[in-house]
Design a protein around this ligand. Structure first.
Ligand code: GLA
Length: 402
């Protein structure tokens, strides 16, 4: 593990020792629960690592959706089979008060109708493809347009709107779920039968590790999988993230045109509001007179990460620190880039999981990824996946306090 990962404090406050109230409720004894809810012996021989499964809802087509809740006794994550979605992330603040810091909903219809990708696993191609068009080995493909004149996050019905198969992963070191989705050739216009398995595991050191693995059969394709969790480190629904401090390992970024498609330029951040190489509050320069901040309505840009993944396959990408409550989220990734998005399109038009509406700038997302529109940008790292090749990537979110 790289040495940038925050070290755990040895002493915990009393509040942090046990589960938060919500987590304790979610993980209460499964003795009376239906057999399918007892997916794993709760805390039997895995220390404090526990997982359970509960019904969450049914799609209009009659497909059942489950919620898996897993914990290490300090951090508790809930994930839906709908979109392999992170629904809740409960972490203690520096005084041991546990809150959900991730935006979401408490019901399936809201996810299906309203969600701007809250916590979802995004595919087959996360972020934008200009006009939804690309050419691969001389063949032209058209993805349905769903964002201005472009295709966003895999087209109109992306992986975020699919019910994934789930398999519990439990070792003595970590607990979580491996989600699998098979996308047939031609779905959303993409070529090739793509099998994706994304495993989300929480370890005892408060690392949520996301391992992506995919193979394609029949035809080559393009792929860009990510997760679109939105965080507010003082708790979802608590207002602006302007005060959250960000340090970003990104010497450059990819400026965009009015449709948020990269111009192809890889621009240095030095001397611009995009320079977070030194820890800076997100809101400090977000209203500055910079054309890219106007186009993005804030930050909605792909950052080009510095350095190379080390022996563990990942490198430090970013650390978010909330001075008020002390929560930090540190991100390591194998990916070359990350879309840093400051919730610019949240407009208070619905209530989230805590019955609070979300307004512009009430959360941030950090979508580790290949660069947007790579299929049309020859100078960007390739997103082509061919039969016989295996796509892998890893991103680790570490939850701590400071
Ligand atoms: C990504 C995009 C944003 C926005 C969100 C979802 O972050 O870059 O422009 O579309 O997804 O609302």
């Amino acid at each position: 593990m790289p040495d940038h990962l925050p070290r755990r404090q040895v002493l915990r406050t009393a509040g942090a020792l046990g589960l938060g109230a919500a987590a304790a409720g979610a993980l209460q004894s499964t003795a009376g629960a239906a057999p399918e809810a007892r997916v794993a012996a709760m805390g039997s021989h895995h220390g404090r690592l526990q997982i359970r499964k509960d019904p969450f809802g049914t799609t209009p087509e009659g497909v059942k959706v489950d919620v898996y809740t897993f914990t290490n006794g300090r951090v508790t994550i809930s994930m839906l089979t709908w979109g392999a979605t992170i629904q809740r992330v409960e972490t203690p603040d520096r005084r041991g008060r546990t809150k959900n810091i991730s935006l979401g909903f408490d019901n399936l219809p809201d996810y299906a109708a309203l969600s701007p990708y809250f916590g979802a696993t995004v595919g087959r191609y996360g972020n934008r493809i200009a006009k939804g068009k690309f050419t691969l080995d001389g063949q032209s493909y058209q993805i349905p347009i769903n964002n201005g004149e472009n295709a966003l996050h895999g087209g109109t019905i992306g992986f975020d709107k699919k019910v994934w198969k789930a398999k519990v992963v439990q070792t003595d070191k970590a607990v979580g779920v491996a989600f699998t989705y098979v996308s047939p050739d031609g779905e959303m216009g993409f070529p090739g039968d793509l099998t994706s398995t994304v495993s989300y595991t929480l370890d005892k050191q408060d690392n949520l590790r996301i391992d992506y693995l995919a193979t394609v059969a029949g035809k080559p394709t393009v792929i860009n999988l990510t997760n679109h969790v939105y965080f507010n480190l003082t708790g979802e629904g608590t207002g602006s993230i302007d005060g959250t401090v960000l340090q970003l390992n990104a010497p450059s970024y990819t400026p965009v045109d009015a449709g948020l498609i990269p111009t192809g330029e890889i621009a240095p951040v030095a001397g611009t509001p995009f320079d977070f190489t030194k820890a800076t509050a997100i809101g400090k320069r977000i209203r500055d007179d910079h054309p890219q901040l106007v186009i993005g309505r804030g930050y909605d840009h792909n950052f080009v990460l510095g350095g190379k993944p080390d022996g563990d396959g990942v490198r430090f990408a970013a650390r978010f620190w909330e001075p008020e409550d002390g929560r930090t989220v540190t991100v390591h990734t194998s990916q070359p880039g990350a879309q840093f998005y400051t919730g610019n399109f949240l407009d208070a038009s619905f209530q989230g999981i805590g019955n609070k509406s979300y307004r512009q700038g009430d959360a941030f997302a950090f979508e580790t990824q290949h660069f947007p529109d790579s299929p049309n940008q020859p100078n960007f790292p390739s997103t082509t996946l061919r039969p016989g090749q295996t796509y892998t990537s890893t991103t680790i979110y570490t939850f701590d306090t400071k």
